[in-house]
Design a protein around this ligand. Structure first.
Ligand SMILES: Nc1ncnc2c1ncn2[C@@H]1O[C@H](COP(=O)(O)OP(=O)(O)OP(=O)(O)O)[C@@H](O)[C@H]1O
Ligand SMILES: [Mg+2]
Length: 412
């Protein structure tokens, strides 16, 4: 292939993405499905910023696990309240500080000043002097500020109790000035707060908003929104989205982490693109899942412990999933395939009850997923699925089947 051909083939390669940016972590979506209640709670806490600005310094603490939307909720709220204030003729600014990066008092205050674009020469000033300069500038220019201190636990650890006290109880020292600084604190849990003195702690905890891990139905809605923004129409089916949502949902054994769900969607899209596929297939999602969840690779270790017929059953499941192209298949279909495979290998198949036992065992070892179907025409049935990439898994299963067969035949 000439260089020109290569170049052309890359440039003209089919792509499923219409706007990949919508899948990157820094993207702010237009709405936040399932975080309406949290936004409302924030609105309740900060409403007097609009109705009687300056009367009180307001604060809220957002707490929750990884990827549950704390950062994005604070940003969206900050953006909206800033614009609402503007309509009322109020100069309210939003500042978002990541304390993982800026974790000393000096760094935090200078970052606030920098983000506000205030012309205060910082060199040689102590944090206290910088703060006084900041307060007098915003007083003079009639500015209000909402500051989010994200990953606040880093600030507590590094800066310590006195710095936290200084920052959050600022107005105790200046009771008569207008309260222009307001705070949103964010942390994954509250353990860091216990190192603070109790009054500071209770001051911060006055308004606590909890973020729960996402359930699979909630992730489904979040992912559908991203799909519609990022992919061309009809390239990612609802089944694909449901499969990802189910693998990440807290109610389905996942972490309830939206970041990782969105990342899986991005990687699956890239896998499809890489293969020149016009649509995203389950196999692309499975590949993406092994990248984002290296523990799925562990499945292939577990396989070593399986008996011959369990391996044959896994192979049957793989083949049925591939043939159907769905995320789950009925156990009856798998059993049929299993009997067919036994015939190929010239092995007597095990009975139905035994198969059920194998399924339970495989489920227990997290090699397969099993669930009951909804009530269909023929009543309920067990549905089976595999998360790991089918091709790689089948290759490994085949090797092990061959091994088992050789040892069995040698012992006969
Ligand atoms: N309700 C939602 N709607 C749309 N996107 C969401 C929602 N919740 C989270 N996301 C997206 O998921 C990703 C993770 O969210 P975010 O960064 O807010 O998590 P976090 O709670 O701050 O996690 P961490 O503690 O790891 O910082 C982001 O890309 C965010 O845009
Ligand atoms: Mg965050």
């Amino acid at each position: 292939m000439s260089v020109r051909d290569m170049l052309e083939s890359v440039i003209k390669r089919v792509t499923v993405f219409k706007n990949k940016d919508a899948l990157y972590p820094e993207f702010i979506p237009p709405t936040l499905p399932h975080r309406g209640i949290h936004i409302k709670q924030l609105a309740e806490i900060f409403k007097s910023l609009i109705t009687s600005p300056g009367s009180m310094s307001l604060r809220a603490m957002l707490v929750g696990g990884i990827g549950v939307g704390k950062t994005v909720t604070a940003r969206v709220f900050g953006y909206e309240i800033k614009h609402l204030a503007k309509e009322q003729g109020l100069d309210l600014r939003y500042v978002h500080i990541n304390c993982h990066r800026d974790r000393t008092l000096y760094e935090v205050i200078s970052e606030v000043i920098r983000q506000l674009g205030i012309p205060i020469p910082l060199r040689g000033l102590s944090p206290r002097e910088m703060m006084i300069a900041l307060l007098s500038y915003i007083e003079k220019h009639n500015i209000y500020v909402l500051i989010t201190l994200d990953e606040f636990d880093y600030f507590i650890h590094t800066a310590g109790n006195d710095a936290v006290y200084f920052l959050v109880r600022l107005y105790d020292e200046y009771p008569d000035v207008k309260k222009r600084l307001n705070f949103i604190f964010i942390a994954r849990d509250l353990t860091a707060l216990s190192t603070l003195d109790p009054t500071t702690e209770s001051y911060i905890l006055k308004h606590l908003i909890k973020f729960e891990p996402y359930r699979s139905k909630e992730l489904y809605d979040i992912l559908i929104q991203r799909r519609d923004l990022a992919f061309y129409e009809n390239t990612v089916s609802e089944d694909i989205i449901k499969f990802i949502a189910d693998s990440e949902g807290i109610d389905k054994g996942g972490e309830g982490n939206a970041r990782s769900a969105i990342e899986v969607l991005l990687l699956a899209g890239e896998a499809a693109e890489h293969e020149g596929s016009h649509i995203v297939l389950l196999e692309h999602v499975r590949k993406a899942l092994t990248v984002t969840h290296p523990d799925i690779v562990k499945v292939s270790d577990e396989l070593n412990f399986l008996q011959l017929h369990e391996l044959l059953l896994v192979k049957a499941l793989i083949r049925t999933l591939r043939a159907k192209g769905t995320s789950f298949v009925r156990i009856g279909e798998v059993e049929e395939e299993y009997r067919y495979i036994c015939q190929l290998y010239n092995i007597k198949p095990r009975k139905h009850t035994q198969i059920y036992e194998y399924v339970n065992n495989l489920k227990h070892m997290n090699i397969i997923n099993a669930k009951l179907s909804g009530k269909g025409l023929r009543g309920r049935t067990t549905l089976l699925s595999i998360v790991a990439p089918l091709d790689a898994l089948e290759k490994r299963v085949d090797e092990l089947i061959d091994k088992r067969l050789t040892t069995e035949r040698n012992t006969l």
